[in-house]
Design a protein around this ligand. Structure first.
Ligand code: PMP
Length: 460
């Protein structure tokens, strides 16, 4: 950045400090210190207001920029589309909307319909509404309950928070919507059953069945799960979990909703996280990686079985999905998403994600041999977590401030990492890594080496 730009940046920082309400943080420190502004990005790297370069190991802070920064072909596709037609919604479709839906469905055997919205929360709410409407159409409103899992997250709106498994995020926002029921998490490292491996997975799935039986199967409409729990601590389900979950859903005629807001579009090395496990969902919701943050787009995707239920009775004026999302009509989203998908295909980024994910998993595991504070390494593809514990036997969590110090030290070194699960008794402090799918071994070495240094400094 040149001097003028830096002067302007000072003013911008002042404007930010005076008027922007940032997500997820306490603002008191900004009364004396400056908020961080990210000014530019290219590939895996971003530059802040001081011109300092950072290697971004969390793809834009919250696992979004899957194909990396500075992709001119996405920008050009969006520009061309905006000039041609920026928007139309309601009763008509658009060319990129049709093209992207066909392309997306080609990656999702068994699925058939794409409902465009703006955010992951909204995509999940649409699925919830469809479940409720099916309950009214078919079951007199009785089969309306939606099961969600401890530690999973499905969004920031009140209905999605009602399906939120992270109590610490919900603590001050109740009362919540009725009809959402929690099932146990499946993190073997924080075991709830004295079992391991596949047996653990089956027990965790059976625990869902117990909840269904307690509630009454005729009252349960859907089960909503993340394929790999993200913000709740990067939780990969044990072997045996998913086949049993699918079996249970079929047994009680419960619709299976997979929340791919984080795992979707390549993050775990397959197009969608659920595809590792051979699941056949009824709903798949997605957001972040769909257009890698180049435009706001999210989708609620259903299979034909769900879709068919909304056009059964053409004489009934209430029989269709009476719902709209105004900005679901923005064409920039699907235009960006098409290019995003082409980039993933042309650059073989799914293969790269698998290879680099395995490499990073091994590197983090090696770090665990060196630093006893790493209690568990888990994840899939380029979505990985390292849980920090004060003691490996008791698995007591480290102090939250120490985990924050690790993140801050990495930042000092020019590497941006994340930490999930702050302030949760028994679950604290999982360092979180989700670098872009274009990561190289050098990038990963740089990230792991920064973490190595930081752990050394904070924990000795
Ligand atoms: N589901 C999951 C699994 C998420 O991680 C998030 C966001 N972090 C959401 C849903 C909500 O997405 P959004 O913030 O776009 O509403």
């Amino acid at each position: 950045m040149d001097g003028n730009q830096l002067n302007d940046i000072e003013k911008i920082v002042d404007a930010d400090r005076a008027h922007v309400w940032h997500h997820l943080i306490q603002h008191k420190p900004f009364e004396t210190g400056a908020p961080r502004i990210i000014v530019e990005g290219k590939g895996m790297r971003v530059w802040d207001q001081h011109g300092k370069e950072h290697l971004d190991a969390v793809s834009g802070g919250v696992w979004t920029v899957n194909v990396g920064y500075g992709r001119e072909r996405i920008a050009n596709a969006v520009r061309d589309q905006l000039i041609k037609l920026n928007y139309f919604a309601g009763t008509a479709g658009s060319i990129p909307g049709a093209q992207f839906s066909e392309r997306l469905i080609s990656k999702m055997p068994g699925m058939s319909r794409v409902y465009y919205v703006n955010s992951g929360s909204e995509a999940n709410e649409k699925a919830f509404k469809m479940v409720r409407q099916i309950s009214h159409k078919r079951y007199g409103g009785k089969k309306h309950k939606i099961l969600y899992r401890d530690r999973d997250y499905h969004g920031s709106t009140l209905a999605t928070m009602s399906a939120g498994g992270q109590d610490e995020r919900n603590a001050q926002y109740g009362p919540f919507a009725p009809g959402f029921v929690r099932v146990p998490h499946c993190l073997e490292y924080r075991a709830q059953w004295d079992l391991s491996g596949e047996e653990y997975g089956i027990a965790a799935a059976n625990a869902i069945e117990e909840v269904i039986l307690a509630e009454g199967p005729d009252t349960v409409g859907a089960l909503c799960l993340e394929p790999v729990t993200a913000g709740g601590g990067v939780i990969t389900p044990p072997e045996g979990y998913w086949p049993r979950v699918q079996e249970i859903c079929r047994k009680y005629d419960i619709l299976l909703h997979i929340d791919e807001v984080v795992c979707g579009v390549g993050r775990t090395g397959t197009w969608f996280g659920y595809q590792h496990y051979g699941i056949e969902p009824d709903f798949v919701t997605m957001a972040k990686g769909v257009a890698s943050g180049y435009a706001a787009i999210a989708c609620c995707v259903t299979n034909e079985r769900v879709f068919e239920m909304f056009k059964e009775n053409v004489e009934d004026p209430l029989d269709y999905f009476r719902d709209i999302s105004t900005f679901g009509g923005c064409t920039a989203g699907p235009a960006a998403a098409l290019e995003n998908m082409s980039i993933i295909e042309e650059e073989n980024l799914l293969e790269n994600t698998t290879q680099m994910g395995d490499y990073m998993f091994d590197q983090l595991s090696a770090l665990a041999d060196k630093h006893a504070v790493i209690g568990d390494v888990r994840g899939k593809g380029l979505f990985l977590g390292a849980e920090l514990v004060a003691d490996r036997d008791s698995r007591d969590p480290v102090d939250e401030k120490q985990a924050q110090a690790v993140v801050a030290d990495c930042m000092q070194q020019g590497v941006i990492i994340g930490v999930t699960n702050r302030s949760i008794p028994g679950f604290n402090n999982t360092l979180c890594f989700s670098p872009a799918l274009i990561s190289t071994k050098d990038d990963i070495d740089e990230i792991v080496s920064a973490v190595d240094n930081a752990l050394g400094k904070v924990f000795g």
